[in-house]
Design a protein around this ligand. Structure first.
Ligand code: ACO
Length: 448
């Protein structure tokens, strides 16, 4: 099979959200801290009736229906998530309910977990399967889903929630350039979830930012090396039309892009324009460690790269700014934003993707885009995802109600023997939701 990649996509995020400016006021932080400092507009969250299982059921059902995929046509189903609801039973097994009805239980794959990287691991598994000898001609299906919640404090505004489904197969409009992959994996305690009784992570915010940027540098170096071996000439940022990043919050995406720009400058000053060469010259000989600590470099490179950021990155920032960090779904929500904003202009373009999961695991890889054949074409994917309407249908909760929801969720995490609220007025038709958890911890869902 050739041009293996993403044939179809759909995205779901809860309608319930909180405005970041309102949250700033409620938290008593300085005005602009979340909206400008972190670069975030709004944050989606699950109420007591939603979780990663219900969101996954919703998005998979929607994708199969809207692209008219017979459930028997799925041969592999992989889920990427770091939201633990059960330490043994995979989210994938819940999704099997959607396939058993059609008589299809012959579906490989389970869940992949490592922080925000699980979705990429799941996607690679499906792509590798289609490219392998064990492929049986059917589609792969990937689900990336998380509910990202933090304890009260500076990390809380960097939460979010979503589920994304991606259909994988040959002759895809979003094709992998499979030889172009650079990974960086190592051991770090930057963000982890050692407390099994709580949904909240332990996070060293500053360390996680540095780990992210170090992994980015390392992946970019390898990506450039592989490109050079393959193409016989060096890679620079002008070789890719768009750069899409895992987006914990938008400020880090701005910093990441300018970091790549600084990398290009260090590799060969002629890769950047003349004004940027002047701006960056004072930092040319900084060591790696110094460069991560230098606030002046950060500011200078952001300024030098701004014009390119607006062209190559900004179109991918819509959903991450509106919905927040969706952990495993965050990178793919950013990519969905690019499709949404630029669909008709993407044919023939290259998109470089950077996936990061704390702990840590990271890969840079790339897509080559084509229009594709109906229903698996870029414009149909954009129509099905219907991002504008989904953003419009949202319901902003006041901060008191948001905090109360977080409290309820804390009590419900790992609990049994409860029924959920009957008020589901804010859910759209077709949304799956949790009705109860019985005395054996079995979870019951229904569809609105
Ligand atoms: N107006 C404008 N900007 C402001 C304001 C204001 N009123 N107040 C603060 N800022 C800026 C700061 O200058 C800073 O910007 P800078 O980074 O360009 O210097 C930014 O807002 C953040 O403020 P800080 O005080 O530096 O950081 P804070 O203590 O608020 O924590 C952090 C931010 C570390 C991101 C925290 O939210 C966190 O721990 N989040 C979770 C970890 C995370 O997402 N890590 C990313 C990779 S790992 C992953 O994906 C989970």
């Amino acid at each position: 099979p050739t041009n293996v990649g993403i044939l179809a996509m759909d995205i779901y995020f809860p309608t319930t959200c909180i405005n970041q400016e309102v949250l700033e006021g409620h938290d008593g932080v300085s005005k602009g801290k979340y909206t400008i400092g972190l670069g975030q507009d709004c944050m989606a969250f699950c109420t007591e009736v939603e979780d990663v299982i219900s969101m996954s059921l919703t998005v998979v059902t929607s994708l199969l229906e809207k692209f008219k995929i017979d459930p028997k046509q799925i041969g592999r189903l992989e889920v990427g998530s770091e939201t633990v609801i059960d330490k043994s039973k995979s989210i994938k097994t819940f999704l099997m309910q959607l396939f058993e009805e059609s008589g299809n239980t012959d579906i490989e794959g389970v869940d992949s977990t490592n922080a925000c990287y699980g979705g990429t691991a799941a996607l690679f598994n499906c792509v590798n399967w289609v490219e392998s000898n064990s492929w049986d001609g059917r589609y792969g299906l990937v689900v990336s889903t998380d509910s990202a919640v933090y304890a009260e404090g500076p990390a809380r505004p960097t939460g979010g929630a979503s589920a994304i489904a991606m259909l994988v197969g040959p002759d895809a409009p979003i094709a992998f350039e499979s030889k172009l992959r650079g990974s960086h994996m190592s051991h770090a305690y930057d963000f982890y979830k050692p407390n099994l009784a709580s949904e909240y992570p332990v996070v060293d915010g500053k360390l996680s930012q540095t780990c992210y940027l170090m992994a980015l540098d390392s992946c970019y170096r390898l990506f450039c090396d592989k490109f050079k071996k393959l193409e016989g000439r060096p890679f620079s940022m002008s070789d890719s039309d768009y750069f899409v990043f895992h987006s914990p919050y938008n400020k880090l995406v701005q910093k990441s892009f300018s970091r790549l720009y600084f990398n290009d400058f260090q590799r060969n000053p002629s890769f950047v324009d003349e004004a940027a060469r002047k701006t960056l010259a004072p930092y040319a000989s900084l060591s790696g460690d110094e460069s991560y600590q230098s606030r002046d470099l950060e500011k200078a490179s952001q300024q030098a790269a701004k014009h390119l950021y607006d062209v190559k990155v900004q179109p991918s920032t819509l959903i991450p700014k509106q919905v927040g960090n969706m952990y495993t779904a965050s990178l793919y929500a950013a990519f969905a934003s690019l499709l949404h904003n630029k669909h008709s202009l993407l044919v023939g373009k290259r998109v470089v993707m950077f996936s990061y999961g704390s702990g840590l695991t990271a890969t840079m890889f790339s897509f080559h885009l084509q229009e594709g054949q109906h229903p698996f074409n870029l414009s149909n994917i954009v129509t099905v995802m219907n991002v504008s309407d989904k953003l419009k249908q949202r319901v902003e909760f006041p901060p008191e109600k948001f905090v109360e929801t977080m409290k309820i969720m804390e009590h419900r995490y790992g609990a049994k023997d409860f029924v959920t609220s009957k008020d589901c007025s804010y859910l759209q038709q077709g949304t799956f939701y949790l009705t109860k958890v019985d005395s054996m911890y079995r979870r019951h869902y229904t569809k609105k």
